[in-house]
Design a protein around this ligand. Structure first.
Ligand code: UDP
Length: 332
């Protein structure tokens, strides 16, 4: 019997394109819907069935479910940037919350009963004491994280009516497919590792550290950095958990330890061999001081283990990818 087919929304984005690869590597069928607002068609192989469309358009989703006998959905489509959500909160709300509602309605109408949802560690209350487990109090600090809380609650309400789901709360995702079949293609980087690598490449004049007065070991923000390939593989594990009749639940996906901005910069300089300029600036709006996760539930229930837990591996694969897409090699 052939393996089931899954729809990946946002499959042309950074994380979505890695999920597509991980599913195909595990011999699942994949169909992608993406509006290409931030994703690129080239991010996925031309053999993957693709529809350019908006997830708020239920008709597009119903058409896909019928045409491909879709068994379940990985919902990665979203406005996923915190700064963008602060600049355009209504658009973020519409795509992330109304879009999720439209997907859930289309799934119900077409009897598609399995969903994996991309959520974020940003949902947790920054006042809580890390490591954050899934029971930590919620307290989203920015509009993006608020839309993820709203999306989670919507999904849980459909869960009561029979939907099987796994909500995956990602910590800070970095790296690229170790085979360089995919990577982060966003043109205007706001994340720390990609911004620092653009400095190493000479595409930016220097890196700003946003906030040096946090109550952390060196005053800069602490995050739990996790390799995108580990995140992608966890989606396959979560789907297999649901396919085997496993219970719907929420899972943290991180590595379980935190690095400060200064520590990340040091590793980026070591990996690239470039000593770029760094300047200290004020805090960025909506940035919490210290986030790292307790990932023991994903370990115990899904069998999740980070294959690339070291910050050096995450930075090295991001660096290889940046060199590769900028025509400077990196594929070794
Ligand atoms: N950061 C920074 N300079 C940058 C980008 C990010 O100092 O150019 C800091 C940011 O304030 C946070 C950490 O790096 O403490 C990670 O930020 P990123 O945007 O990568 O992810 P976030 O945790 O905001 O989702």
């Amino acid at each position: 019997m052939s393996k089931p087919i899954f729809l990946v929304t946002g499959g042309c984005g950074y994380i979505g394109s890695h999920i597509v690869l991980a599913l195909r590597d595990a011999s699942y069928g994949v169909v992608v819907v993406d509006d290409l607002s931030t994703g690129c068609r080239e991010a996925i192989d031309s053999s993957v069935p693709f529809v350019r469309g908006d997830i708020r358009d239920e008709g597009v989703l119903r058409g896909l479910f019928g045409a491909y006998s879709v068994r379940g959905v990985v919902h990665a489509a979203a406005v996923a940037s915190v700064p963008e959500s602060v600049a355009e909160p209504q658009r973020c709300q519409s795509i992330n919350v109304a879009g999720t509602k439209s997907l859930l309605e289309a799934m119900r109408a077409c009897d598609v009963g399995m969903l994996i949802f991309s959520s974020t560690s940003g949902v947790y209350d920054e006042g809580a004491r890390p490591p954050f487990d899934e029971g930590t109090a919620l307290g989203p600090l920015n509009p993006y994280a608020q839309t993820k809380v709203d999306g989670e609650q919507l999904i849980e309400s459909y869960g009561v009516q029979g939907l099987s789901y796994a909500i995956l709360r990602y910590f800070n995702v970095g790296g690229a497919d170790p085979q360089l079949r995919a990577g982060d293609r966003k043109r205007s980087a706001t994340t720390l590792i990609k911004s620092a690598l653009e400095c190493a490449l000479g595409k930016r004049s220097g890196l700003a550290i946003f906030g040096t007065d946090f109550a952390t070991k060196d005053g800069t923000g602490i995050r739990d950095y996790v390799h995108v390939w580990d995140i992608a593989r966890a989606h396959v594990l979560a789907l297999e958990h649901l396919l085997a009749g496993g219970r719907s639940d929420i899972f943290n996906l991180g590595v379980g330890r935190g690095f400060s901005v200064r520590e990340v910069i040091k590793v980026v300089k070591e990996v690239t061999g470039v000593d770029f300029a760094v300047r200290e600036e004020g805090r960025r709006q909506g940035d919490p001081p210290c986030i790292y996760g307790d990932v023991s539930k994903a370990r115990q229930v899904l069998g999740y283990r980070a294959a690339y837990p070291r910050l050096e591996s995450i930075v090295r694969d991001s660096w290889r990818w940046e060199q590769f897409i900028n025509g400077l090699g990196g594929a070794d």
